[in-house]
Design a protein. Structure first.
Length: 166
């Protein structure tokens, strides 16, 4: 199963495959979403600026939206890792967009994937020079996933794995 980062959905509906121009994309996406993808509520909350996408999910996603707060124990583990591993400055947790902000999906996605053995799909890039001498002020999903042994791929790898074609 796959868990898609908010940026994947934003890529779909806002950047690359707008509803009006790519209706076949959306039609072909429905069976993949309903059979291979888990969507947590925290991701839905981050995409609320698009009422068109929210309406589309409500009418086409047949599975239950996952309550991410069921994974509080794993979420705490992820935050503790970011705090103690030495690769990140305190801002990685404590800034407005830091992972300790419960409205930010990143740590929740890792927590869910950790517990359920899901693959995370994100367009975030790994930090090439991540090190303890010069810690980063922002944690990135691919880096923390690698550190915790969680599989993380990008959008095109996802398309390839689920054999998505138009």
């Amino acid at each position: 199963m796959y868990i898609l980062d908010t940026n994947i959905f934003i890529n779909f509906y806002d950047r690359y495959y707008r509803f009006v121009y790519f209706p076949s994309f959306w039609e072909n996406l429905i069976p993949i979403l309903n059979s291979r993808v888990i969507i947590p509520k925290v991701v839905i909350n981050e995409t609320t600026h698009s009422t068109e996408f929210a309406a589309w999910i409500n009418s086409h996603f047949s599975n239950k939206i996952l309550n991410h707060t069921q994974y509080t124990s794993q979420y705490t583990t992820v935050l503790q890792h970011v705090l103690s591993c030495g690769f990140y400055k305190p801002e990685a947790l404590n800034s407005e967009k830091g992972w300790a902000n419960e409205k930010i999906a990143d740590a929740w996605l890792i927590a869910i994937a950790m517990k359920e053995n899901y693959t995370i799909v994100t367009e975030e890039n790994r930090v090439i020079n991540l090190n303890k001498i010069n810690p980063s002020k922002a944690a990135k999903i691919p880096d923390v996933s690698d550190q915790l042994g969680i599989r993380c791929i990008n959008m095109n790898q996802f398309f390839e794995e689920v054999q998505f074609k138009l």
